[in-house]
Design a protein around this ligand. Structure first.
Ligand SMILES: [Mg+2]
Length: 332
């Protein structure tokens, strides 16, 4: 699949993985890595798939991981594996003709609360009347901005929405430890639910300092890969909330493990862009405290995705993930 750089599909490098079994079942998954990801799937990962039993999802995941180990472990290779893994889970559920949620658990929630991420104070203030359980403001600092702008934007939203709305901030890796601590100090009275990704994902020493010194709960993980890496974040309590992206972190096989670790370490798991179908089946079943993220329509070319109604979202009853794709949208 291909797209121009201004298209979200291109910016995120999203790839559509289609796996067909010998008896004609078709599984869909979305991963990342763009053309590099496609190359990895077509030249390397395929050796873990062709001729294998598609229901052996966890075994195939280990094989894919080992095949890409020399250059993989994080980033593009794991993003590509994520798409394949999700297509295998789609097949696993279609094989038994059930929605994927019913494969994960017998206890499926009819609908779950959502929160909305907005890219400006005015957007978040407008979202405040739409029934969302919480709201988040993107405050990634631009070169023309300073700490005062970030503080002012969050304070503006809080003042407008009042003290009772659950409000969070997302810095998209644009701060450093000192800036984060200064912002947190100036926002002490604002009651932020969490401050997301203040630092680059690999700055574990920085996150350890924030764990010890920052008064606002720190979340992150949308740019982290594999359950093994999430275990470090949880074991060392570097994040109060972890936010794996199922299309990037290694797929549903890894997200299931991350949820199990969340129980073990008593850390909340709140998947990145959880209103998209790829983690929604898990959020509606194995998530003890569901809160699905909505934001800009990240992937618009997935058809039959559930819609948010009055701030809540639920699943349909089609087998697998329950989504389809139009030929016209599939290129490359
Ligand atoms: Mg984020």
């Amino acid at each position: 699949m291909d797209a121009g750089p201004k298209d979200w599909r291109g910016w995120l490098g999203q790839i559509l993985v289609i796996i067909e079994t010998e008896d004609g079942l078709i599984g869909y998954g979305v991963g990342g890595g763009g053309k590099a990801g496609i190359h990895v799937v077509e030249t390397v990962i395929r050796h873990a798939l062709v001729g294998e039993d598609a229901t052996d999802v966890e075994e195939i995941w280990e094989h894919m991981y080992s095949l890409t180990l020399p250059y993989g472990q994080k980033g593009l290779a794991i993003m590509a594996i994520s798409g394949v893994d999700l297509a295998l889970w789609d097949l696993r559920a279609k094989r038994v003709d059930k929605p994927l949620a019913h494969v994960l658990s017998e206890d499926v929630k009819m609908s779950v609360p959502t929160y909305k991420t907005g890219w400006s104070p005015d957007e978040v203030i407008a979202d405040g009347t739409q029934g969302f359980a919480a709201l988040k403001l993107h405050v990634g600092i631009r070169p023309s901005q300073d700490i005062g702008d970030v503080v002012g934007q969050i304070r503006k939203v809080r003042n407008k929405l009042g003290p009772d709305v659950q409000l969070m901030g997302d810095a998209f890796m644009k701060l450093d430890v000192e800036k984060t601590l200064k912002i947190a100090d100036e926002l002490k009275d604002v009651n932020l639910g969490w401050l997301e990704e203040p630092l680059p994902a690999d700055d574990l020493e920085g996150y350890a300092r924030l764990r010890d010194e920052c008064p606002i709960p720190i979340s992150g993980g949308e740019h982290e890969y594999t359950a093994k890496a999430f275990e470090v974040l949880m074991r060392d309590r570097l994040h109060v909330i972890v936010q794996p992206d199922v299309n990037w972190c290694g797929g549903l096989t890894e997200l299931v493990k991350i949820y199990e670790m969340g129980q073990k370490y008593d850390i909340k798991v709140c998947p990145h862009r959880g209103c998209e179908i790829w983690s929604l089946h898990a959020i509606c079943t194995i998530d003890p405290d569901p809160l699905a993220e909505s934001g800009r329509p990240w992937i618009t070319w997935v058809k039959d995705q559930p819609e948010i109604v009055e701030g809540k979202i639920g699943l349909g009853d089609a087998p697998g993930f329950g989504v389809r794709f139009d030929e016209a949208d599939i290129g490359g």
